[in-house]
Design a protein around this ligand. Structure first.
Ligand SMILES: Cc1cc2nc3c(=O)[nH]c(=O)nc-3n(C[C@H](O)[C@H](O)[C@H](O)COP(=O)(O)OP(=O)(O)OC[C@H]3O[C@@H](n4cnc5c(N)ncnc54)[C@H](O)[C@@H]3O)c2cc1C
Length: 319
């Protein structure tokens, strides 16, 4: 059994900052995320948007904020990714997570739940799957490629814009309606780019590998016309499902699927805390900066409980 002072469940912006603050106070911390990528909503849903309300940054791109938080945290925190936490069992004064990790305190930072992408709705195989992406880790990976972007929301539009700025990239944006759900300014920008073609209203009907390319048959909605398009890779921006089912099993009190917390961010189970978008209390707003403050309250409370004999240093300038 691996032992830690603290487990943080969820490596979104709030969980990542919490790991850094826990380290400042000397807590040996492990952090879990259900995805292979850290960063939660900013990384998955709006990586290329500017955030204007993070304290001390007049503007920062969402993916840059996550990189900064992650770079700080990975120097001292144990990361377990691709691991949706399923079970938290209480055992004496400790908690056992998924039978493998024994921790003294738990902080739940699972946001709106663990994300899984809505899949491309066609029969595929392993070779095809390697060329289908559900989020963009690094736009440079798509330089010199013919890329299909499927979807009509903000993520699909943002990804198309970012990839279009890569050298020799050619984009086809395929959506089943003529109208897009994302920002009109993004649609206008895409229409102005020479290496972007917008194909609406089309639905993908079949996919196969032909001549080392993805060959996708597209059906024009409202007609029987089928056209074949060839891509090196495709990005599917059909959105994400957020699943909060495990939180319900952990025994914490919920109000409308969110965790009820005290002013010290503790749940009804002593030793289990919750911070960020997964929590609810009167007046709460879903903002990253607020989640950072909640992390500071939770860690300070944990330090006082785990080490009552220590004089707690509140300010980092004095640590
Ligand atoms: C389009 C959009 C724009 C926004 N713009 C702003 C803005 O400008 N400023 C601002 O402050 N806020 C903004 N927000 C809100 C902000 O993104 C959220 O408040 C913030 O992401 C909450 O952070 P979090 O860490 O609590 O949760 P999340 O970001 O939701 O991260 C939770 C993490 O927990 C993981 N997880 C969930 N369940 C499990 C499990 N069982 N086991 C392991 N891991 C799990 C998930 O995979 C995820 O990585 C915006 C949100 C959206 C959707």
């Amino acid at each position: 059994m691996k032992k830690f002072d603290l487990a943080i469940i969820g490596a979104g912006p709030v969980g990542l900052f919490c790991a850094n603050f826990a380290h400042l106070h000397g807590l040996n911390t492990i952090i879990f995320d259900s995805l292979a990528e850290v960063g939660g909503q900013p990384k998955l849903l709006y990586p290329f948007k500017e955030i204007l309300d993070i304290p001390a940054y007049s503007s920062i791109l969402a993916h840059e904020l996550i990189t900064k938080l992650q770079n700080d945290a990975r120097q001292h925190t144990t990361f377990v990714l691709n691991h949706p936490v399923r079970a938290i069992e209480q055992s004496n004064n400790e908690f056992v997570i998924d039978d493998d990790y024994s921790v003294r305190s738990v902080i739940i930072a699972t946001g709106t739940g663990f994300f899984s992408p809505k899949k491309f709705p066609l029969k595929t195989n392993e070779e095809i799957e390697k060329r289908i992406h559900y989020y963009v880790k690094d736009p440079q990976d798509f330089a010199h490629q013919k890329v299909g972007v499927f979807g009509g929301g903000d993520s699909a539009l943002d990804w198309a814009i970012e990839i279009a700025s890569q050298p020799a990239a050619k984009i086809k944006l395929v959506h089943r309606r003529n109208e897009f759900r994302g920002l009109e300014s993004s649609v206008t920008k895409l229409k102005s780019l020479k290496n972007v073609e917008i194909k609406t209203p089309y639905l993908p009907k079949s996919i196969e590998i032909r001549d080392n390319q993805l060959n996708i048959s597209l059906k024009k909605i409202g007609s029987n016309a089928i056209t074949d398009e060839q891509f090196d890779q495709i990005i599917v921006g059909y959105g994400f499902r957020a699943n909060n089912q495990f939180v319900k099993k952990w025994g914490v009190n919920l109000v409308n699927n969110q965790i009820e917390v005290s002013r010290s961010m503790e749940t009804n189970i002593p030793g289990i805390y919750a911070i960020g978008d997964v929590t609810t209390y009167s007046g709460r707003v879903p903002l990253i900066g607020l989640g950072f403050g909640e992390a500071q309250i939770a860690i300070t409370t944990i330090m006082r409980k785990l080490f009552p004999e220590k004089t707690l240093t509140i300010h980092s300038t004095s640590i």
